[in-house]
Each structure stands twice: as structure tokens, then as C-alpha cells.
Design a protein around this ligand. Structure first.
Ligand code: URA
Length: 185
């Protein structure tokens, strides 16, 4: 399939493959540098993201921004997307059928971006993109090789807001991601 960024965006915003299209305000396709070496993939849009059409703009997003700043990775140098492009009602976890319906769009985004590194934000993304039995407490920061890119997972920033004791681990993981990015340049 010969996707262009514009055709893929239009397809996502017209998508009716699952029920979430009925309750979305905006489809949240992704944001940032479409030629990025580093791609972050979260779980699904929340309320602020649904309203604005941009991923990670609420409290969790602001915390993510702080980590990016702390390790000297400009937010506009990376691309940020989610497993789901539409908000699940009341921010419930994505249903497997919703993830199945949405994964094709993400795969095609990855093909266009061609990142060197993918970072899963949280367990839901890691279970979908790394392996179904991924354990975020034990395996955050571990690198996995996938043909054209490396993939790892960090704690979801929303979890860090609820459990600040995990912030030290997050900082170490983010430093390692920056080091790996520099190494691959
Ligand atoms: N949480 C996510 O996983 N994604 C967003 O875009 C916002 C919050």
C-alpha cells in the first residue's frame, strides 16, 4: 500500500472500524517529527487529548515533557502516538478488539516514520508491541531487537503521578534512551 502521511491521517480521522468513533470528539492521530528516530507509543487518548486532537497534552503529557527536557530530547524532535486513536469512554483500558482494529494504522505510521527506537509508554502499549506477557515492573528499560528498530518500555507517566516512587527508575530509563539515541546517530 502506498501510504502518504496525508492519506493515512485522513483514513484515521474517517475510521469507523470500532465503536469508539461514535464517542470521539477528535481522532488523535499523533504529533511531532514524522522523520523522527524516536517514536513514543502510549495507550489511548484521554479527555484533554480527545478535546484537542493531540496526544499527551494533559497532566501525564506534561510529566512526559519534563522527562524529555531533563534528558535533553526536544519534544518536537520525536513522534508521539498511541495504540488507540480514539478515546475509550471514561478512560477505561482499551478492549482487545479496539486494539486489533487500530493496530494497522500504527503499523503504517511506523513504516512511514522509520524510527530507530520505539518506546512504549506503559504496560498496555508494551503488551501489544513487545510481547503479551510483558511485565512492566520487571522489564521496563530492557531493550528488544526487532528487524529495523530497537524497542523498550518505560512506566506510563500517569502511573508515575499515582506512584512517585517509580520516578527514579523512569529517569534512569530515559537517560538510557537518550544514550542509545546518541549511539545510533
Ligand atoms: N495517556 C496515553 O496513553 N495517551 C495519551 O495521549 C494521553 C494519556
Amino acid at each position: 500500500m502506498n501510504d502518504t502521511w496525508e492519506s493515512l491521517l485522513a483514513e484515521a480521522c474517517a475510521c469507523e472500524k470500532c465503536e469508539l468513533c461514535k464517542t470521539r470528539t477528535n481522532c488523535v492521530f499523533g504529533t511531532g517529527n514524522i522523520n523522527a528516530d524516536l517514536l513514543f507509543v502510549g495507550e489511548a487518548p484521554g479527555d484533554n487529548e480527545d478535546k484537542t486532537g493531540t496526544p499527551f497534552v494533559g497532566r501525564a503529557g506534561q510529566l512526559l515533557d519534563k522527562y524529555l527536557y531533563a534528558v535533553d530530547i526536544p519534544r518536537d524532535s520525536v513522534y508521539i502516538a498511541n495504540i488507540l486513536k480514539c478515546r475509550p469512554p471514561k478512560n477505561r483500558d482499551p478492549l482487545p478488539a479496539e486494539e486489533d482494529a487500530c493496530m494497522d494504522l500504527l503499523r503504517r505510521q511506523v513504516r512511514l516514520i522509520k524510527p530507530k527506537i520505539i518506546v512504549c509508554l506503559g504496560r498496555i502499549s508494551a503488551m501489544r508491541l513487545i510481547k503479551p506477557d510483558f511485565k512492566i515492573t520487571k522489564e521496563h528499560g530492557v531493550w528488544f531487537e526487532r528487524g529495523n528498530f530497537l524497542i523498550t518500555a518505560v512506566y506510563h507517566p500517569a502511573l508515575l503521578l499515582r506512584d512517585p516512587r517509580k520516578k527514579e527508575d523512569m529517569m534512569e530509563d530515559m537517560k538510557a534512551i537518550k544514550a542509545k539515541l546518541d549511539e545510533l546517530k
